[in-house]
Design a protein around this ligand. Structure first.
Ligand code: PBG
Length: 326
């Protein structure tokens, strides 16, 4: 009790504050998402995400050299195909955009960790994450295509596959397919807890995956639900998930904390496009300090339990760390 206890004693200098700091951020914990489109010599700005682009593979190689120099160690790859159809066939085509990209990236940057986003929504002409039966997404019919996509991505060089479709049973289907094809060492980083969130708004422009009709509420989680997240992670881990993701991050820190307390696999938080764009919009107006706000948002996720953070800020954060050192 005061005056014996004075919490300000350990806050007097920067060195003391560092000494007792409970959570740190390191570049090794961050994953940088990138958007790859078919074609060459393309660097297309995404208006709703200042500083983020769609890249053709050749231009992406230049960008990747830069982000690697900034300290990025892991990259999550999204593909924007040339061709869309009802079954999303370019997702599992060995010559599809993401497979071609992964092959090149792995060859040029074998030291980076390559994570393939695994979903059909960028590849289907209707923009849903599975195949349709009438106006509903057919869960079980989608599993085979997701499993084939995982095998195609692993064959192209993905180190991890990250299923983001939210079909029931897909982790198990993917694990079995990978193992049958000799990819038993390819990990599954599952978007186990993915909410039907308006914070994905800017991503729709980035990945060109807006559903043609309806929304994703029949497969993504209801934002009002907390307990249900634990059922999702339990099932995914039982089916073979090596890492589980909670997404979005900032509006769901309670869920992140629950998941962390529950499981023994590494837990990742995804700071999604809308979280990125809100920070960028405000800081570009000069309403908040970008570096301070980004650091605080990422530390909040670490504090809530994230072992890994997927963030569009990863290269910029790396740059700030280097400035600090220099
Ligand atoms: C779908 C997918 C989405 C995101 C990652 N994978 C969007 C969606 O489900 O509509 C969102 C990522 C972001 O907003 O940054 N495969």
């Amino acid at each position: 009790m005061f005056p014996i206890q004075r919490l300000r004693r350990l806050r007097q200098t920067a060195a003391l504050r560092d000494l007792v700091q409970e959570r740190w951020l390191a570049m090794g914990q961050l994953v940088y998402p990138i958007f790859i489109r078919a074609g060459s010599d393309q660097k297309i700005p995404i208006r709703s995400m200042p500083g983020i682009y769609q890249w053709s593979v050749d231009r992406a190689l230049e960008h990747l050299a830069v982000v690697q120099a900034m300290g990025v160690r892991a990259v999550l790859v999204f593909g924007i195909p040339a061709h869309k159809d009802p079954l999303g066939s370019e997702a599992y085509d060995p010559n599809g955009v993401i497979q071609v990209a992964l092959k090149k990236f792995k060859e040029h940057f074998p030291g980076l960790i390559w994570i393939a986003d695994l979903c059909l929504c960028e590849y289907t002409d209707h923009g849903h994450c599975g195949v349709l039966r009438g106006k509903t997404v057919d869960n079980d019919a989608s599993l085979d295509l997701l499993a084939r996509t995982a095998v195609a991505q692993a064959s192209a060089g993905a180190d991890l596959v990250a299923p983001s479709d939210m079909m029931d049973g897909r982790v198990g289907a993917i694990r079995r397919a990978l193992d049958e094809e000799g990819f038993e060492n390819i990990s599954i980083m599952s978007y186990a807890v993915k909410y039907a969130s308006a914070f994905y708004g800017p991503f729709r422009e980035a990945a060109e995956n807006t559903p043609e009709f309806g929304d994703r509420k029949s497969y993504q989680m209801n934002p009002a639900n907390r307990r249900e997240a634990l059922r999702e992670v339990d099932l995914d881990i039982a089916e073979g998930a090596d890492i589980v993701i909670v997404k979005p991050a900032m509006p769901y820190l309670d869920v992140l904390s629950d998941v962390k307390a529950r499981v023994n696999v590494p837990v990742a938080a995804y700071q999604v496009s809308g979280e990125y764009s809100m920070i960028m919009a405000a800081t570009q107006h000069g309403w908040m300090d970008e570096r301070a706000v980004v650091e605080e948002s990422l530390l909040g996720m670490r504090r809530a339990g994230a072992d890994i953070i997927i963030t569009y800020f990863a290269p910029r954060y790396g740059q700030w760390l280097q400035q600090k050192k220099g």
